[in-house]
Ligand binder design. Structure first.
Ligand code: PCP
Length: 276
């Protein structure tokens, strides 16, 4: 006979949580677990109830032959605010101050626990954006973009700073970066089909020139930018070159001379997906 309920539930939970957003066919699972689909449905109801109670997301079932079930990750509001408060505390370190009002964040954005949590939060914020791809620009934004893409079960596309032979034919644009330098962005034509829906993720936003340039680049691909998320933005300059974005933390004050620094959690609201 089939596996015991407890073993089925462990296997189902592992399969679902390992592949967020990926639709798992019930028929395949029934065969793999050598169990009836009706038993699986009861198992899934138990798993869904526990996920919701724990606030770590929900299960979404799609009926029909090509149907199935998938795990929709979510981060409880309390966990989001605890994480962002902890990040703000770590970041508000005068030794992190760099010339030009930038901050050294790379160590924090190299930590697996930070990348995992930030990726989950971005995936939760943008869960309804309908994105097909997560886009970032080399270099520091890449780990963050890959983590968000993992939880959204989407491919990651990386914009290059200059053309590389290994990218084939590409679209390039020039833009003015925050430090008033003319910079180039280049993206292989093969990387995105036309009319793609793209979520932009980056580590840092100051003038907004980089994010704006990625939006302009997407126009060359006839792609739609469905959201922009950054790990940290600066309060200065207030009028950014790009208005509509979500920042997880904000560098609200920094002074290289006095070495004063203040970092705050970003102001955004996420509805707990799958709430009863
Ligand atoms: O909002 P802006 O004023 O445009 O600045 C934000 C840019 C600058 C910085 O990248 P760089 O340090 O230029 O490049 P890399 O990520 O490769 O280190 C950061 O990663 C963002 O992409």
């Amino acid at each position: 006979s089939g596996l015991r309920r407890s073993e089925r539930i462990v296997r189902l939970t592992q399969t679902l949580l390992e592949q967020p957003y990926r639709l798992i066919s019930l028929t395949d699972m029934a065969e793999k677990l050598n169990s009836a689909k009706s038993s699986l449905s009861e198992d899934l109801a138990i798993i869904r109830e526990v996920l919701l109670k724990e606030g770590i997301g929900t299960l979404e079932t799609q009926a029909g032959a090509a149907g199935g079930v998938r795990y929709i990750p979510g981060v409880p509001d309390q966990q989001v605010s605890d994480f962002l408060r902890e990040m703000s505390r770590l970041l508000a370190d005068p030794d992190r101050i760099l010339p030009g009002g930038y901050l050294y964040v790379s160590d924090i954005l190299g930590r697996p626990d930070v990348l995992d949590k930030a990726g989950r939060i971005f995936a939760h914020i943008f869960s309804m954006s309908g994105a097909d791809y997560v886009l970032t620009v080399e270099t520091k934004g890449i780990p963050l973009a890959v983590s968000a893409a993992r939880y959204l079960h989407l491919p990651t596309v990386v914009v290059r700073r200059d053309h590389r032979v290994t990218e084939g034919s590409a679209v390039s644009i020039n833009y003015v970066s925050g430090s008033r330098r003319i910079q180039t962005m280049s993206l292989s034509r093969r990387s995105l089909p036309e009319r793609s829906r793209v979520l932009i993720i980056d580590d840092f936003m100051k003038a907004g020139g980089t994010a704006k340039a990625m939006c302009d680049l997407m126009k060359e691909f006839k792609a739609e930018v469905v959201g922009v998320g950054v790990f940290m933005s600066t309060s200065e300059p207030t009028n950014k070159m790009l208005e509509d974005y979500v920042a997880l933390t904000v560098l609200s004050h920094v002074d290289e001379i006095t070495r004063e620094i203040r970092v705050e959690p970003g102001t955004f609201k996420i509805s707990q997906k799958g709430e009863l």
